[in-house]
Design a protein around this ligand. Structure first.
Ligand SMILES: Cc1cc2nc3c(=O)[nH]c(=O)nc-3n(C[C@H](O)[C@H](O)[C@H](O)COP(=O)(O)OP(=O)(O)OC[C@H]3O[C@@H](n4cnc5c(N)ncnc54)[C@H](O)[C@@H]3O)c2cc1C
Length: 481
């Protein structure tokens, strides 16, 4: 419980409409899209400017109140899950595109701006914002930054980190820093690179400078049907080995196809696996690559190839893929969306292992993946709610398999609250302590989104409070910045 005068003080900063303290309204913020974890926050505030964010954070710092940044709440790892007694700082009223500078290909936006709005704003002039998470119609740029979000087109164009030039960041004591800049590179440490992907634990981004891209001259989208996922994976390996980097290469297995088809009626072919390949660039290059990619798909065993001939057909092909997570709700009311990474060449082996684990657990797994990046999204279905723990166990075993093959526990959805206990599967204790040195340098009182990403207290502790030196420091083996 917060002192009653805290809400009153926040109202003087934000106005009545900027503070939410009624229990039934606070419940809207009790989770992100990982709804298995829920904590009702003490308060929610909705600032409209950098200055207001600073004033709120200063107050939290003064009173030792933990705070949790929140964008649209579409996160899938519990990143925006409130901590006990916390103030959630939502960016839903910070939704302005502040500046668009097309000659220099950049835009400055507030963090609550929805990803797709950036492209919609600049598309008439022939530009777009490249990172395209499937949630792009609703997720915010602030959330994208915190999660270093990816999307189907990140294979060729890179993740969010490759499209953020700089930002204003409110640190955990309420001070404001500007990092990066308007140019493609700035001298010194890559500070935006540290903040992008830090999952809201290093501060709150309040103004972000994004890189815009020129729309390619030509785009072609090809759908290839296969009798097995192995063959579809083989086609992707052959395409990349041929020196072609498609804008996107996405695979869906039988179960995911069925779900997507039921949801959006994309008219997909009847197949065990579908590969969606998008090629873009100068027209002549795309034409010749399309010929080569079609041949490589046939060599890998494609039973049918379909080329989108109109924008509508292309949009429908993508709609099925982009709706796949939600569509799975049609075949199972409960499911876990997993996110792991593997070396692309390990795909057939991992899929076989997932099938074996799925059979042993008696739970079905639908597979949707960014095949070009080796980013898997197994969807573990558990129609019976009582099977939740079994499903969690299976989802965890899939992650461990990814790591055992030289991969990672997350490709784009982040660690958040959900996967922090898997961090030691990838990192040694000393590695985790080193990571935490960054966090403690910026937030020694551990107030900014505490309890996320890292499994146990390392340096400044996982609970708000004064700084506690780590044994590594006490032994003189490491020092605090
Ligand atoms: C159907 C569906 C499909 C999805 N597809 C994809 C996909 O293809 N690729 C992908 O990468 N993700 C995907 N996601 C996950 C999610 O949409 C992304 O992680 C997205 O970036 C989260 O944005 P958000 O605004 O909803 O952030 P939130 O969920 O509100 O927050 C996410 C994290 O960002 C932090 N945060 C929010 N705003 C700020 C800020 N201004 N400053 C600092 N930290 C901040 C929060 O504390 C939290 O840790 C999908 C989710 C769903 C539900």
């Amino acid at each position: 419980m917060l002192k009653p005068d805290i809400a009153a003080e926040l109202r003087t900063i934000l106005g009545v409409e900027g503070v939410i303290d009624k229990h039934e309204q606070l419940r809207t913020y009790e989770s992100d899209c990982l709804t298995n974890y829920r904590v009702v926050p003490a308060l929610v505030v909705l600032p409209t400017s950098t200055e207001q964010v600073q004033a709120v954070v200063r107050l939290c710092h003064r009173e030792h109140i933990p705070f949790v940044p929140r964008g649209s709440g579409t996160g899938l790892s519990g990143g925006a899950l409130p901590s006990e007694g916390s103030v959630v700082i939502g960016t839903a009223r910070m939704r302005e595109i502040l500046d668009v500078d097309l000659p220099n290909q950049r835009a400055v936006v507030q963090p609550g701006v929805i990803n797709l709005w950036v492209t919609q704003r600049v598309a008439p002039e022939g530009y777009y914002y490249a990172p395209d998470p499937s949630s792009q119609q609703v997720c915010s740029i602030g959330g994208n930054i915190a999660e270093n979000s990816g999307g189907a087109h990140c294979l060729k164009y890179g993740f969010t980190v490759n499209h953020v030039l700089g930002m204003k960041l409110v640190l955990a004591d309420g001070s404001l820093v500007e990092i990066g800049g308007a140019a493609l590179d700035t001298p010194g440490y890559d500070l935006p690179g540290i903040v992008v992907g830090s999952e809201g634990t290093l501060g709150i981004a309040t103004e972000i400078t994004l890189r815009l891209m020129r729309k390619p001259e030509a785009v072609q989208t090809l759908l290839a049907a296969f009798a097995t996922c192995d063959e579809a994976g083989e086609a992707v390996s052959r395409i990349i080995a041929a020196g072609i980097v498609p804008a996107a290469a996405e695979i869906m297995d039988r179960l995911a196809i069925e779900a997507a088809e039921a949801a959006v009626h994309a008219g997909y072919p009847d197949a065990q696996a579908l590969l969606l390949v998008e090629l873009d660039g100068p027209r002549t290059e795309v034409v010749s690559q399309l010929e080569r990619v079609s041949a490589l798909c046939r060599e890998a065993g494609a039973t049918e190839l379909r080329l989108a001939t109109t924008d509508e057909e292309r949009a429908l092909m993508w709609k099925g893929r982009k709706s796949a997570f939600a569509a799975v709700g049609r075949i199972s009311p409960n499911y876990i969306v997993q996110d792991g990474v593997i070396p692309r060449t390990a795909l057939p082996e991992i899929l076989r292992e997932i099938a074996e684990m799925s059979a042993a657990a008696g739970l079905r797994v639908a597979n949707v993946f960014h095949a070009g990046d080796g980013n898997l999204h197994p969807l573990v279905l558990y129609p019976d709610k009582n099977d939740y723990e079994k499903a969690e166990h299976l989802a965890g075993d899939i992650l461990k398999t990814c790591v055992a093959h030289g991969g990672s526990i997350t490709g784009e959805h982040g660690v958040g609250w959900d996967k922090k206990d898997y961090m030691p599967v990838m990192f040694e204790t000393a590695d985790l302590a080193t990571h935490q040195l960054v966090r403690c340098a910026l937030d020694p009182a551990n107030l900014c989104n505490p309890g996320k990403v890292y499994p146990t207290p390392r340096l400044c502790g996982e609970v708000p409070g004064p700084y506690r030196p780590h044994p590594v420091e006490l032994a003189g083996l490491g020092e605090r910045f």
